[in-house]
Design a protein. Structure first.
Length: 387
């Protein structure tokens, strides 16, 4: 395994997780990478590590440049184990290395690993000289954990951004222009929608904090390194962090005997009549993490379930739990569904969507088999008020 030089004396030494398909509930159809970076200067620095089971791959790549025992500093931009999982093994090899982390990073690492390591705690504005270069640190709390920070090297105009700007893609390519913007953009959106979305305010602050920096390369800790599409991805991050939406409707449902699906298709048809792009997602056929990519920029969110045992279908309940946790903002929502008696699922969905602070439309329900003309008229009246 070889290191890959991304700038003069700065190497990608990460691990490629080709078979990863589940990242705590996020469907990662294309695998992922855990990007670690080796900087060879008067001091030898490793920025982040990899998941524990790819440690040997990382050590191999480091070994193609230098003896891993010579590492002086290990910058831990983020405690989560996809980036710190190989720290214990590495610290056995370079016992005298100093771990550089944010204040919460030190606390988090000590909670995860009981080893007695040398720590240097840094805050925004702190800098460490390593020879020809300086490592500047900016804390980016909650992007993605309270400990998160980024490392900036002004001499190389390089931002090592950790989770920010990442994408779950396993590939032999290392740079965005090698795989192509269209190919990466959707995975960057999926990553944002499923990992970063709850922290829009903090992303906005982080973008401000780095906005004055001269950057010609952003090297995240997952996926491809940005060197061609830096402006494009920064513009998208501004849009996503501001919950800027488009005139499009996402209709998510599950059904038992087809009646809730019939209502879903009527809602779809009426949005189409109104000139609004609409997307139908049957939860039996679509993964919640893929649906979230579409919700990221959708103004309208419609969720439907029939009533089963006085409640909604478990698939819809799971989707709503996921949606609520990711907390998109500035949305308009609508609950719908069919029922035989009871009909509790519709009001339950309505309450959960209202609990997400969405602006709620009147809900749509139909007993047994929907009367298509009646439901279409009702939907036209409801959507007519807003579209
Ligand atoms: Fe890639 Fe929050 O870890």
């Amino acid at each position: 395994m070889k290191a890959f030089e991304i700038k003069n004396d700065i190497y990608w030494v990460g691990g490629i997780d080709w078979t990863l398909r589940d990242f705590h509930g996020y469907l990662t159809q294309r695998g992922s990478t855990y990007n670690a970076y080796l900087i060879v200067d008067e001091k030898i620095v490793l920025v982040d590590t990899v998941k524990h089971y790819l440690c040997e791959e990382m050590l191999d790549r480091i070994g193609s440049v230098t003896d891993p025992s010579k590492i002086d500093y290990i910058v831990s931009n983020h405690v989560e184990m996809d980036h710190s999982g190989s720290l214990p093994r590495l610290m056995e090899i370079c016992r005298n290395a100093t771990v550089i982390a944010s204040p919460n990073g030190e606390i988090g690492l000590k909670k995860h690993f009981t080893a007695d390591w040398n720590f240097k705690v840094v805050k925004t504005g702190d800098s460490i000289n390593i020879g020809k270069r300086n490592l500047n640190f900016v804390l980016t709390q909650m992007v993605h954990w309270p400990d998160s920070m980024v490392t900036y090297i002004p001499e190389d105009k390089l931002l090592l951004s950790n989770d920010s700007f990442g994408q779950h893609i396993a590939s032999p390519e290392r740079f965005d222009d090698e795989l192509g913007w269209e190919n990466i953009r959707d995975e960057a959106a999926k990553y944002y929608a499923n990992i970063v979305l709850p922290y829009g305010m903090q992303v906005g602050k982080a973008l401000n904090a780095v906005s004055g920096l001269e950057i010609d390369m952003i090297a995240p800790s997952h996926g491809l390194i940005w060197r061609k599409n830096i402006n494009n991805i920064c513009e998208l991050y501004k849009k996503w962090s501001g919950n800027v939406t488009e005139d499009k409707a996402i209709i998510v449902y599950d059904a038992m005997w087809g009646s809730t699906e019939t209502i879903a298709r009527i809602i779809y048809e009426v949005f189409e009549e109104k000139g609004i792009k609409a997307y139908l997602f049957d939860l039996k056929k679509n993964h919640s993490s893929d649906i979230m990519t579409h919700i990221l920029t959708a103004k309208y969110i419609c969720v439907g379930s029939p009533t089963l045992n006085n409640g909604m279908l478990p698939s819809v309940s799971a989707f709503l739990t996921y949606l609520k946790g990711l907390a998109p903002k500035n949305r308009i929502a609508l609950a719908f569904g069919s029922y035989g008696w009871g009909g509790q699922s519709i009001s339950q969905i309505n309450d959960i969507l209202a609990g997400c602070s969405f602006d709620m439309l009147e809900f749509i329900k139909a007993q047994y088999i929907p009367d298509i003309i009646e439901i279409k008229e009702l939907t036209r009246r409801i959507l007519g008020g807003i579209v």
